[in-house]
Write a protein that binds this ligand. Structure first.
Ligand SMILES: CC(C)(COP(=O)(O)OP(=O)(O)OC[C@H]1O[C@@H](n2cnc3c(N)ncnc32)[C@H](O)[C@@H]1OP(=O)(O)O)[C@@H](O)C(=O)NCCC(=O)NCCS
Length: 170
């Protein structure tokens, strides 16, 4: 069974993580721990507890778009910078790809952001995809492309609520 857990450096001693993108593997192995300690990125692991392996992970941090970037991304004119959250990385080990782990990670991230939106103001969730294949994964799950950058995508906080908020009992 796969289960999400807050980052724990002990998990890095398990089976090596390999998602097919060396940059994402190296970041987890070498930099996730120090980023966690500095509180500048928060990482969540997807653990296969039976196999003792990391099946996937994502990391998130705050973000801000300049007024000009916010306007060109979303097509609405902006007078002020746009507060945002960034899904900085999301990756599934090759042995687990194609079985729903990526969606599980993304939905976990979005649900956490929805909960955060009750306490922290941000208008959009941004992801910078590494390549078109990854961009298509986010498009499939409701993200929209920036108007001026094919590999940058976003969801509004309103989209998040519409997708994940529990229906009003009335
Ligand atoms: C992209 C990635 C996260 C997808 O994870 P995954 O576990 O293979 O995907 P899932 O099995 O959860 O797929 C969930 C759904 O998305 C679809 N999907 C998966 N990848 C897709 C893609 N690239 N484009 C379009 N749809 C995609 C699946 O078909 C599935 O839809 P379905 O249930 O209707 O069949 C994974 O391939 C990965 O980690 N790749 C290497 C690292 C990487 O590129 N990360 C992104 C960096 S920006």
């Amino acid at each position: 069974m796969l289960i999400t857990r807050p980052f724990d450096s002990a998990a890095l001693k398990l089976h090596p993580f390999s998602c097919g993108e060396p940059e994402l593997d190296t970041w987890l192995a070498r930099y996730a721990r120090q980023s966690e300690k500095k509180d500048n990125v928060r990482t969540t692991l997807l653990l296969d507890e039976e196999q003792g392996r990391i099946a996937g992970y994502y990391s998130m941090r705050t973000f801000e778009l300049s007024a000009a970037d916010g306007a060109s991304a979303t097509g609405r004119s902006r007078r002020y910078p746009v507060p945002a959250m960034l899904i900085a990385r999301l990756a599934v080990d090759r042995d687990y790809q194609g079985h729903g782990a990526g969606r599980l990670l993304l939905f976990d991230a979005l649900q956490k952001l929805l909960a955060a939106a009750d306490h922290v103001g941000f208008e959009i969730v941004v992801v910078h995809a590494l390549h078109e294949y990854a961009a298509c994964f986010y498009l499939k799950h409701g993200f929209r492309r920036f108007l001026d950058h094919d590999l940058s995508l976003f969801l509004t906080t309103g989209d998040l609520r519409a997708t994940f908020a529990a229906p009003d009992p009335d």
